[in-house]
Design a protein around this ligand. Structure first.
Ligand code: NAD
Length: 308
């Protein structure tokens, strides 16, 4: 199949691109390189340096005649979205709409979208959250992800373009950067290797559900299948707090560092953990990499590659 992967120079979608190419698909990456890196770009993919909002997107879609769009390009920092909601909406809502309008005018049959279970449910009423949990996002980033899912529903109902919204937990692994929802792993590992002090914001008991990037890639391979449609959580149902991550990374990096806490960041969610039962029951997706092994692989990556 011919697949447009937006954000393919970034952390998650560069791994997805590699897997799609290995599976024999043709991939065109669309990325403005705002946080993505040229070294992440698979040389077998065609690379188009463009912003989601560019007028050229429509022409590109008309020329390339994609079967599928895998949409991962986004402003992905919750903090930036709080500081500048209009910047977030311009990238994450209007950019998505420019892409979806180009898809509508061309041959696209399905859109796979990187949503966020961590952000769209908001502070959870119960743990782990399944897909029926109320959606009360507490950040412009979460609002934009939920809004984009609603637009996808509209494009399916009215124009027949199918979609899969993958509601990710916090994703970590090689190539991750410091700004994403699992940024704490990259920040701590990098500081520890540099011999600098990593600081824990608040008391360190905030917890998240960490899913390894290889398991997310499997979800995106599965999403290509015609039978997979709708929205699914992609998580592990296990939560770890920041203090645990600090201690584990300290061991893995052999860093001689103290545990120092600073004032907590305002508005940070306390707990987030996702049920993957729906995806497991319907399509046999489940996480396969445990946190200890995934963290070790990630730390090995940061041993070789400094955070940029
Ligand atoms: N990392 C996580 O834990 C996590 C969790 C939930 C959802 N997500 C979502 O997954 C997707 C990928 O996240 P990531 O962690 O790989 O981030 P990333 O920053 O590494 O990747 C995003 C990519 O999109 C590109 N980009 C950003 N704005 C663009 C625009 N307007 N036009 C064209 N390209 C643009 C960037 O250059 C980058 O290559 C995002 O949609 C993010 O919201 C990530």
């Amino acid at each position: 199949m011919k697949i447009a992967v937006t954000g393919g120079a970034g952390f998650i979608a560069s791994h997805i691109t590699d897997a799609y190419i290995d599976a024999g698909h043709e991939v065109v990456i669309i990325d403005n390189l705002s946080t993505g890196k040229r070294e992440n770009i698979n040389p077998k993919a065609k690379f188009v340096e463009a912003d989601l909002n560019d007028d050229s997107i429509k022409t590109l879609f008309a020329e390339e005649k994609f079967d599928i769009v895998n949409h991962h390009a986004a402003q992905m920092s919750i903090r930036i979205s709080v500081d500048d909601p209009r910047f977030d909406a311009n990238n994450n809502i209007l950019g998505a709409l420019n892409l979806f309008e180009a898809a509508k005018a061309s041959s696209v049959k399905k859109i796979i979208f990187a949503s966020s279970g961590g952000a769209i449910y908001g502070e959870q009423d119960y743990f782990p959250a399944d897909e029926k949990h109320p959606t009360n996002p507490c950040s412009p980033y979460g609002i934009a992800k939920l809004t984009t899912e609603k637009y996808l529903f509209y494009y399916k109902e009215v124009f027949g373009i199918d979609y899969v919204a993958l509601r990710y937990a916090n994703i970590y692994g090689p190539r991750q950067n410091s700004m994403g929802e699992a940024g704490v792993v990259a920040i701590f590992a990098d500081k520890m290797f540099a011999g600098e002090q990593a600081i824990i914001n608040g008391d360190g008991t905030n917890s998240r559900d960490y899913v390894f990037v290889a398991d997310v890639v499997k979800a995106n391979l599965l999403a290509l299948n015609d039978k997979v449609s709708g929205h699914f959580n992609v998580g592990t149902s296990i939560e770890h707090d920041v203090n645990f991550i600090f201690k584990t990374l300290k061991e893995l990096t052999s860093a001689d560092t103290k545990e120092i806490h600073a004032e907590g960041k305002k508005g940070e969610q306390k707990r987030s953990v996702l049920s993957y039962e729906k995806f497991k029951t319907a399509h046999a997706w489940q996480p396969t990499v445990n946190f200890a092994d995934g963290l070790k692989t990630t730390v090995d990556y940061f041993r070789q590659n400094k955070l940029k």
